[in-house]
Unconditional design. Structure first.
Length: 454
């Protein structure tokens, strides 16, 4: 007779214990062999593993003495300062499509080129026949990132030239996935809401005359309505999340997987898996949860001392999730400021006025200011610390009535433009397969026959 479920569970518990003991490596060995854990040196700076022309991220300046000193952060797309790009699009209906063009092709489009590019994206926006019913609505996941991965991988089956890795074909596939991502995300959410939450199923088609941001809002909102400010804020958020250098985890994943020569769908699905991780794409949700906790426990949002006392409790692991972290604060590269956060903060303020939640915005401002001071004092930090892009983005998405399940997918909808640009860059340069080294620190052992093992 076979094992019972209880016996199986006990055996698995034993195996888990074996795995922990077998996989545990002595911490001192990492220093002994000078292992760059997380591909970072002992100062936290990323180890150089590649070259790119797509984007540049800076948070340090060189003073007159030739010393590296903290500076306001700057982000460049194909050489253009992203702050200038956002400013230049303030009076325009949309900008994300133009930024996608810039990332993919290296230059800003003319009006004619942009109009043509938007038409191309519109043509690729439709899903294959019955894809929504046969793929999205079958075995819906509770996590929208897994739904996106399933959909992206299944698109491979609908592509007659899926394994062709010529630049022409990769570009075709990239444009198709960029255009379809909003539909895949929103339809997956509506399906999840219907099957797992018992809500009505509403599938609204995209409109070709609308921008990607506008279509996202009209497909998601139950009444299909949105304000011009809402569309502008979302469009700006998409621009700021579209790309962030080759070293972030999901973009590096794109390079690693693309270097094997695999197909575009597998590469993007791998990047989605990376972004799903809470240490990467899920940080803005953690910020939102932290603020819910702060709002429950800080009774006077105008009292800086009460806020300071509670933030110190969070840092001392006495409050919130007991991790000792103020989420949304700090960045691996930026020191004095994160340019994306600076821009999003401005739009968060405008939107909070329209939504009549200015008191919440002021609380965010206070936590940003006081949290920085608390962290500097508690951690005795030498390097300046700033709020990062995640600090205000979750607040913005909540004001736009996006459900939490779609926070990370929104990031993916934006970042696929950067992933696609990096995949093309990897393939154009025809580099070797990316294969880092791992040092074996175990012990060689003599084989023992099964009947002789204790």
């Amino acid at each position: 007779m076979g094992l019972t479920r209880e016996e199986i569970d006990r055996e698995i518990d034993k195996l888990v214990d074996y795995s922990r003991k077998s996989g545990k490596i002595e911490v001192g060995l990492y220093q002994e062999y000078d292992v760059k854990r997380g591909l970072r040196d002992n100062t936290g700076k990323g180890v150089l593993t590649g070259l790119t022309e797509i984007s540049d991220v800076t948070g340090i300046a060189i003073n007159e003495k030739g010393e590296r000193v903290p500076a306001d952060g700057r982000l460049f797309y194909q050489g253009y300062n992203v702050s200038d790009l956002v400013k230049g699009m303030q009076n325009r209906r949309f900008g994300f499509e133009e930024i996608t063009y810039l990332l993919l092709f290296g230059s800003l489009p003319t009006s004619k080129e942009l109009d043509s590019f938007i038409e191309i994206l519109g043509a690729y926006r439709e899903l294959p026949e019955k894809f929504t019913r046969d793929v999205i609505m079958k075995a819906p996941s509770r996590n929208m990132m897994n739904s996106l991965q399933k959909c992206i991988l299944t698109l491979y089956s609908y592509d007659k030239d899926a394994d062709n890795i010529s630049i022409q074909n990769i570009l075709r596939q990239s444009l198709s996935m960029i255009a379809k991502m909003p539909l895949l995300a929103v339809y997956s959410y509506h399906t999840h809401r219907h099957y797992h939450m018992g809500q009505n199923l509403i599938i609204r088609n995209p409109k070709p005359e609308l921008s990607l941001a506008e279509n996202l809002l009209q497909m998601l909102h139950p009444d299909g309505q949105y304000t011009q400010l809402e569309a502008k804020v979302l469009d700006t958020a998409l621009i700021l999340h579209a790309e962030h250098g080759g070293g972030n985890n999901s973009t590096f994943t794109t390079h690693v997987v693309s270097s094997t020569g695999t197909d575009s769908y597998s590469a993007i699905a791998s990047s989605l898996g990376s972004l799903k991780g809470p240490k990467h794409g899920g940080a803005n949700l953690k910020v939102l949860e932290m603020f819910e906790d702060i709002k429950e426990n800080v009774h006077n949002w105008e009292n800086e001392e009460e806020i300071r006392a509670y933030l110190n409790k969070i840092l001392d692991k006495e409050a919130f999730d007991h991790a000792g972290l103020i989420y949304g604060m700090g960045h691996a590269v930026y020191t004095l400021s994160d340019p994306r956060c600076v821009i999003l903060k401005e739009y968060a303020k405008k939107l909070s006025i329209e939504k009549d939640v200015e008191d919440e915005f002021r609380l965010y401002e206070s936590v940003e200011k006081i949290g920085k001071e608390c962290m500097m004092q508690k951690r005795r930090l030498v390097k300046p610390i700033c709020a990062n892009v995640d600090f205000y983005s979750g607040f913005i998405y909540s004001m736009l009535d996006f459900p939490r399940e779609l926070f990370t997918p929104i990031f993916a909808i934006a970042r696929i433009s950067g992933w696609s640009a990096h995949r093309i860059e990897e393939m154009v340069n025809g580099g070797k397969i990316i294969r880092p080294a791992y040092k074996y620190v175990g012990h060689h052992r003599r084989y023992t026959a099964l009947e002789n093992r204790d």
